[in-house]
Design a protein. Structure first.
Length: 276
């Protein structure tokens, strides 16, 4: 029996997990005058569907909802979770930073003054985590979210136990939902006005990143702060952690957890959300 299997799954209940939903984008590629998170599917907006999926996960309670400063729609909607409102930034990373900073400030006493004043103290409160989800992924399966939380926190507990035996601190790399690439993938080159296949990549080594993604609050806030200060841009939080030498855990999710990017994606979402 592996050491990981000896850690009870319900220990993930000992973690405080705050939820961030990023809904500040305008969705230019979606081809609609209205931001895609406010498109209706079956009587509810995409944003409401996304938060409804999160509300079915018992480890999650409050949702920090990041919206544009010009947003006039979000506060008119009803949601299945308590909402804390956060104003988004210029880019997605700035929006996530604003939300994480808001959460951080909720824990200033005693967290920031006592635990975060010294870098080595980050480990003291690693049971405080943040789960981040894109509003444009309304088809996420709650059971996949639960699996992500369980496997990522179990790995952290295992690593913490191993590190404690060596009397070393442990900074978790967190985790994310992802799926293996199904199709053949080509690396391309541009030749004048043409796109040419240069070589075929080994798809057995390629996965598609999804959300939610989950990380310990202290480390996430630290990395985001450094990235903002250094004006380094990242498309998701996993790539941020990779930049700092971490290797986030990939937890296999579902191919139905699509991100609404183009108009045709809406048809697939309608089919997935219609399933019982």
């Amino acid at each position: 029996m592996s050491e990981l299997s000896t850690i009870p799954a319900n220990l993930s209940n000992n973690f405080t997990i705050d939820t961030v939903v990023v809904a500040a984008g305008v969705g230019k590629r979606f081809g609609s005058q209205m931001p895609k998170q406010y498109t209706h599917i079956g009587g509810q907006t995409v944003l409401q569907h996304s938060i409804a999926a999160l509300s079915k996960v018992h480890q999650l309670s409050t949702c920090y909802l990041v919206v544009s400063e010009e947003d006039t729609i979000a506060k008119t909607l009803g949601f299945s979770m308590p909402i804390e409102w956060v104003i988004g930034g210029k880019e997605r990373m700035n929006s996530v930073f604003n939300a994480v900073q808001t959460i951080w400030q909720q824990y200033q006493n005693p967290l920031r003054d006592k635990a975060f004043s010294e870098k080595a103290s980050h480990h003291t409160y690693d049971n405080h985590w943040v789960l981040i989800h894109d509003a444009a992924r309304p088809c996420v399966n709650p059971s996949d979210i639960e699996k992500l939380i369980t496997q990522t926190t179990q790995q952290f507990l295992q690593q913490s136990h191993q590190q404690s035996q060596q009397k070393q601190g442990q900074e978790s790399a967190g985790g994310l939902l992802a799926v293996p690439v199904r199709d053949t993938v080509k690396q391309i080159i541009h030749a004048q006005d043409k796109v040419l296949a240069q070589k075929t990549l080994d798809r057995s080594q390629l996965w598609l990143a999804q959300t939610p993604q989950i990380f310990p609050l202290a480390t996430l806030y630290d990395y985001l702060t450094q990235a903002i200060e250094q004006t380094i841009a990242f498309t998701d939080e996993a790539s941020l952690f990779e930049h700092f030498g971490k290797q986030p855990l990939l937890v296999e999710g579902s191919h139905s957890n699509i991100k609404l990017t183009f108009p045709e994606d809406l048809q697939f979402a309608q089919v997935y959300l219609a399933k019982p």
